[in-house]
Design a protein around this ligand. Structure first.
Ligand SMILES: [Zn+2]
Length: 475
């Protein structure tokens, strides 16, 4: 998956043609990484050629491929066949002298990909094709690029013999796109001891490039909790020629209209406030003014309203949100049904409860013919990861070194990722997607002609390596 961080408006109007030039780091790549970096493009191309479209996934072949690379480097890798044809690979770099799981860092990526409309692609989506400085393929961004960046970090640390003071665990998992029985949930439930860690880096972040320059590094530190609720109206069924006042279609429609127009109060949490505070540094002056006003008690309400109108994503970051997404009722044109249903896709801020929200909605709808039913697929309320701890500060520091002039902002994602499962197990998990991408390239995720610029790929590998090495190297 992938998260857009919303629109960004440049402060400075750039004069003349701006060439989308490669993003340069201030420092040359770490020597221990240089040789690994040369091999990574081949690894990613190979991995893209292994079709892991989910369903069915077939991640086992990819897991074996990655394990082969690790084993060749003298890193013991374990391939677990979690379901027929579906595998995950786990490896570990050990620290000395006594490994402490609560200090360990988990590097996570998923090998499965979403499907393709082959005829819409300009190249074979499973061909590992390089063209005009891009590596094309389904999964190039989501998430095989990350799987290889994690691998590169582990291999480079091993080759360089870097002494670690915390274990680094490599996990390439399966079934992220469907979240089924082979996903991170299963690994946590069945194999927790193999991946137990206090910290994790996962997909879900963003290094945003605009006009050839990195604007910001977005680090996902929390996410909203998805809950689906059925809204059910009951009434008397009968002939359409003799309508009654208790027609459930009418009652449902009225309830959906009320809920659709209802806005819960804005309650920005620590991460959201820091996000706006940081973003205000690069936004246009009007937007920046309202972002800062969020911190001023007497202007906060107006600011929240302004920001919510400016961006649906900002609106959702500020409050619990409710989107009616499905309607069902009736079987024939001339039959009044006895039941009609709607689905509400609700996204709670971490810490809020669905029961409190439904009590609100019951009052709002105020109709005895309507009832609410919570669907069993609700997400678990994961606590946010800290934006004060050593890993967050390391990511922040390395980001500023790697991308001079950029800002670093934590964010609450409105969509869900695997990191929630980790946070529920006391892991400080972060979405740090290391590759600098333009909006245009980021938009290709899950879309046609997904591709990664080779220059960004190398840059991202270097960036991630620096974060991992800085965080885990023994002093
Ligand atoms: Zn993904």
């Amino acid at each position: 998956m992938f998260l857009r961080l919303g629109r960004l408006v440049l402060l400075v109007a750039l004069v003349g043609a701006v060439v989308a030039s490669p993003v340069r780091a201030q420092e040359p790549p770490k020597p221990e990484l240089a040789r690994v970096q040369e091999e990574t493009v081949g690894w990613l191309a190979d991995l893209l050629r292994i079709n892991t479209t989910n369903p069915p996934g077939n991640e086992l072949a990819a897991a074996k491929y990655l394990a082969g690379i690790l084993e060749k480097e003298g890193i013991q890798a374990e391939v677990l066949e979690v379901a027929p044809g579906r595998g995950v690979v786990i490896a570990r770099l050990r620290s000395s002298p006594v490994p402490d799981p609560s200090r360990a860092l988990l590097l996570l990526g998923h090998m499965d990909v979403v499907g393709v409309l082959k005829e819409k692609w300009s190249v074979d989506p499973f061909g590992g094709v390089i063209k005009d400085g891009y590596l094309y393929g389904r999964g190039a961004i989501d998430d095989k690029g990350m799987v290889i960046a994690n691998l590169a970090a582990v291999v480079a640390l091993k080759r360089a013999g870097v002494r670690l003071d915390r274990d680094i665990i490599y996990l390439a998992d399966a079934d992220e796109e469907q979240g089924g029985d082979s996903s991170i949930k299963l690994i946590i439930n069945k194999y927790w001891d193999k991946i137990a860690a206090g910290f994790a880096i996962n997909e879900g972040g963003r290094v945003m490039v605009k006009n050839g320059k990195v604007q910001y590094v977005g680090i996902q530190a929390s996410e909203k909790v998805p809950v689906n609720v059925s809204l059910i109206a009951n009434g008397t069924s009968g002939h359409g020629s003799m309508p009654r006042a208790d027609n459930p279609v009418v009652h449902l429609a009225a309830a959906v209209a009320k809920i659709g127009a209802y806005q819960l109060p804005a309650r920005p949490n620590t991460i959201v406030r820091r996000y706006f505070e940081q973003l205000s540094k690069i936004e246009d002056s009007d937007t920046a003014k309202w972002m800062r006003a969020l911190e001023q008690p007497e202007r906060a309400d107006h600011a929240a309203r302004w920001l919510s109108e400016a961006s649906p994503m900002w609106n959702s970051m500020l409050r619990d949100s409710i989107a009616p997404t499905m309607l069902r009722g009736g079987i024939r044109a001339n039959v009044v049904p006895s039941e009609a249903r709607a689905t509400l896709n609700i996204r709670l801020l971490p810490g809020d409860t669905i029961d409190a929200l439904l009590a609100d909605l019951t009052k709002l709808v105020n109709d005895p013919q309507i009832r609410f039913e919570i669907e069993p697929d609700a997400g678990m309320p994961a606590p946010p990861s800290s934006i004060e701890n050593e890993l967050y500060r390391t990511m922040e520091r390395v980001s500023l070194q790697a991308f001079p002039g950029a800002i670093v902002l934590p964010f609450l994602s409105t969509g869900a990722t695997d990191s929630a499962q980790l946070r529920l197990h006391n892991v400080e998990a972060y979405g740090l997607f290391p590759f600098p991408l333009t909006e245009e390239d980021a938009q290709r995720l899950h879309a046609d002609d997904e591709r990664i610029p080779l220059d960004s790929f190398r840059k991202g590998i270097d960036f991630l390596y620096r974060v991992v090495e800085e965080f885990a190297r023994a002093r």
